[in-house]
Design a binder for this molecule. Structure first.
Ligand code: CO8
Length: 260
C-alpha cells in the first residue's frame, strides 16, 4: 500500500512513522486512521523493525486531534463507529509486539494525546502541549483517553484534565508522568533514537515479553499477573538469547543476541 498521510523510515532496525499532514496540524481523519492501521500491520509483520517511534511532521504539532471538520456532522451511529475505528487502530498500536516511543514534537491534543498514550514511552520537545479538550466540543475523549490517561497518571489528575479540557505544557506533563523526558525540539528524534538503541541492544524476546507481561498484568489481579510473569520467565529459559546473555555475563563479554 502507498501512503498519502504517513511515512515509515527504517534505520538499523528502528522504524519511525511520521504523520504527514502538517497544514492540518496532522489531524487524524478516517483516511489517516485507515493508513495507520495498515502501516502498523506491516510493522507487526516486519522482522527488521525492533523498536518503533512515532512523530508528527513539522515543528508545530505531533497531532492536534481527530479531524474536527470531518467529525462535526457525525450522528450517534457514525460517531460511535469513528470512535471504534480509532480505538481499534490505537489498540493495534498499544498491542504491537515491538516497543513503541512517541516523540511528541508539538501539540498533542485530543486524539493526538491519545495516540501518544497508546505508545509505551513518551518523549516530548519543550514546545509540546498536551490536553483532552473534547468536553469543550461536546464529546468525550473517544480514542482511549478516558481509559489510558487514568491508568497512566491516576484517576484524579486524568479527571481534572478531561473535565477542564485544559492544555498543559511539558513541565506539568513531566511532573504527572505523562512524558518520561523532555528535550529541545532539534534533539528530540536523536534522543528517541538513542533510547530505541538502548532498548534494541537487549534480547528482543525478553524485551517484547516484558512488554506483554506488563500490559496484560495491568488488567489482571496481582496474583494472576505474578503467575503470568513466572510462566514467561520460565519460557525464556528455552531461548538461545537467555543462554547467550548469561554466558556472556559469566565470561565477562558482550552478548551477541540473535532474537531466538
Ligand atoms: N481538526 C481539523 N483541523 C484542525 C485541527 C483538528 N483537530 N487542528 C487544527 N486544524 C487545522 C485548523 O483548522 C487550521 O486549518 P486552516 O489553516 O485551514 O484554517 C490549521 O489546522 C492550523 O491550525 P490553527 O490555525 O488553528 O493553528 P493555531 O496555531 O492558531 O492553533 C491549535 C493551534 C491550538 C492546536 C488549534 O488548531 C486547535 O485548537 N486545534 C484543535 C484542537 C482540538 O480541539 N483537538 C481535539 C479534537 S477532538 C478529538 O481529538 C477527539 C478524539 C476522539 C474522537 C472520537 C470520535 C467520535
Amino acid at each position: 500500500m502507498t501512503y498519502e498521510f504517513l511515512s515509515l523510515d527504517v534505520q538499523s532496525g528502528i522504524g519511525t512513522i511520521t504523520i504527514e499532514r502538517p497544514k492540518m496540524l496532522n489531524a487524524l481523519s478516517s483516511d489517516v486512521l485507515l493508513e495507520l492501521g495498515s502501516l502498523l500491520r506491516e510493522v507487526e509483520k516486519s522482522n527488521t523493525i525492533d523498536v518503533l517511534m512515532i512523530t508528527g511532521s513539522g515543528e508545530k504539532a505531533f497531532v492536534a486531534g481527530a479531524d474536527i471538520s470531518e467529525m462535526k456532522d457525525k450522528n450517534a451511529i457514525s460517531g460511535k463507529k469513528f470512535s471504534q475505528e480509532g480505538n481499534n487502530v490505537f489498540a493495534q498500536l498499544a498491542n504491537l509486539t515491538q516497543p513503541t516511543i512517541a516523540c511528541i514534537n508539538g501539540f498533542a491534543l485530543g486524539g493526538g494525546c491519545e495516540l501518544a498514550l497508546a505508545c509505551d514511552i513518551r518523549l516530548a520537545s519543550t514546545n509540546a502541549k498536551f490536553g483532552q479538550p473534547e468536553v469543550g466540543l461536546g464529546i468525550v475523549p473517544g480514542f482511549g483517553g478516558t481509559q489510558r490517561l487514568p491508568r497512566l497518571v491516576g484517576a484524579g489528575i486524568a479527571k481534572e484534565l478531561i473535565f477542564t479540557g485544559k492544555v498543559i505544557g511539558t513541565d506539568e506533563a513531566h511532573r504527572i508522568g505523562l512524558v518520561n523526558h523532555v528535550y529541545n525540539q532539534d534533539e528530540l528524534l536523536e534522543e528517541g533514537m538513542k533510547l530505541a538503541k538502548s532498548i534494541q541492544k537487549n534480547a528482543y524476546l525478553a524485551v517484547t515479553s516484558s512488554k506483554a507481561v506488563i500490559d496484560s498484568g495491568l488488567d489482571m489481579s496481582l496474583e494472576n499477573g505474578l503467575k503470568y510473569e513466572a510462566e514467561v520467565f520460565g519460557a525464556l529459559f528455552a531461548t538461545n538469547d537467555q543462554k547467550e546473555g548469561m554466558d556472556a555475563f559469566v565470561n565477562k563479554r558482550k552478548p551477541n543476541f540473535t532474537k531466538d
